[in-house]
Write a new protein. Structure first.
Length: 388
């Protein structure tokens, strides 16, 4: 997990440089400023990963209420700051724009995992309803910013955790019907912004208005398609170098990968993300308790949904949204929050090793018929203490 995250962070800094150095050289004479800022955030993200890895994840169960309340208060507070580009999503902290909604994703995953870990077996309807209420409050506040994409992420995290927490067939059908009804209600009540409706309309008719609402998608598809099989080569992509693609360093960073490294390079990046999600799911499968398992499931849902939506929107599979590509897109809040969340997952893995050792030590005092059944994937110790 550590190697994969570090590789993505390094590639992200390189892609940000490739997409900005020509423009920054002409505008400021400092072509590497954007890359250095990205590198600083990458270092902070690594620190966040290490810090949350060293904290025993079970300590979060003691402060679930403060975590949730502080998240809600930050999401309320951000609405009172001056909007930026028509949205109230950021709190200025010096030169850094702090985005509470990015940290809210991880907080919701931890809080839901803590709440639902108290039940065993099939999920009760009462507990399901309260879990949905816990999810709805930050979701509605994020929608008010407005940030429809992040609100959808919050819902996907909740669905992933609820399914693993023991939701039955009837409850799954209820969630599907409720989600469908919510989408219909949002469309019928005319509460979406004009640009949001335009993105949906552009998705259904991608050949229309390529000079307007579909400009992002049109330029994105040109860049990725021009990469062909092996790509144009690093720093040789015309779309990337000449700044044809809006928001390329953030939402459309994958176009830099596709144009410069082609299908082979893009597939390699997808494989890295797939392995990363798989490692998180492995932690969920062998976690020492239900709480750790549900946290890992929540982070796997968060990571996989971000990757699917971000890459999908660059090739026209899903509507254009403002979701960053984890560890590649420019921006500090998303990168630090995602790294911190994966650090919590790593803490689950580290705690598993210590707990297994404790079980083995305690079992050594029992007679053979009284020995507890061995945990799955648990390595045994020989008399000399080496692993076999």
């Amino acid at each position: 997990m550590v190697v994969l995250v570090a590789a993505l962070l390094a590639l992200g800094a390189l892609m940000v440089y490739s997409a900005t150095y020509v423009r920054l050289e002409a505008e400021t004479g400092n072509p590497g400023s954007a890359m250095r800022r990205q590198a600083v955030f990458a270092v902070i993200a690594i620190v966040a990963f290490v810090a949350t890895s060293l904290i025993d994840y079970r300590e979060y169960r003691r402060i679930l209420i403060p975590i949730y309340l502080s998240t809600v208060l930050l999401l309320i507070a951000v609405l009172f700051f001056p909007p930026h580009q028509g949205a109230s999503r950021w709190i200025p902290v010096g030169t850094f724009q702090f985005q509470p909604s990015e940290f809210a994703k991880v907080a919701v995953a931890v809080v839901l995992a803590g709440y639902l870990s108290r039940s065993e077996g099939k999920l009760e309807w009462r507990r399901l309803g309260f879990a949905l209420a816990l999810t709805a409050v930050p979701g509605i506040l994020i929608f008010r910013q407005p940030d429809l994409g992040t609100m959808t992420v919050i819902g996907f995290i909740a669905i992933g955790i609820l399914l693993v927490a023991g939701a039955g067939i009837n409850q799954i059908v209820f969630l599907l019907l409720g989600g469908t009804g919510g989408v219909v209600a949002v469309l019928q009540l005319d509460i979406l912004r004009t640009y949001q409706l335009g993105r949906l309309a552009g998705y259904w008719n991608q050949s229309a208005d390529i000079q307007g609402i579909n400009w992002h998608l049109y330029q994105s598809q040109i860049a990725i398609g021009s990469g062909e099989l092996f790509g144009r080569g690093l720093f040789n992509g015309t779309q990337t170098r000449l700044n044809y693609i809006p928001a390329q360093t953030s939402d459309f960073i994958f176009t830099a990968v596709g144009e410069q490294f082609g299908f082979i390079g893009s597939a390699a990046v997808l494989i890295v993300y797939s392995v990363l999600v798989w490692r998180v799911l492995v932690v969920a499968a062998v976690a020492p308790d239900r709480f750790g398992s549900l946290i890992a499931v929540g982070m796997a849902s968060l990571l996989s949904f971000h990757v699917f939506i971000n890459i999908g929107m660059t090739i026209g599979v899903v509507p254009v949204t403002g979701l960053p590509l984890p560890f590649l897109s420019a921006g500090g809040s998303a990168m630090i929050a995602m790294a911190g969340g994966l650090g919590i997952v790593n803490s689950v893995w580290r705690s598993r090793s210590r707990i297994d050792t404790a079980y083995r030590t305690r079992d050594d005092h029992l007679s053979k018929p009284e020995r507890r059944p061995s945990l799955r994937f648990r390595p045994r110790l020989t008399q000399r203490g080496s692993r076999t």
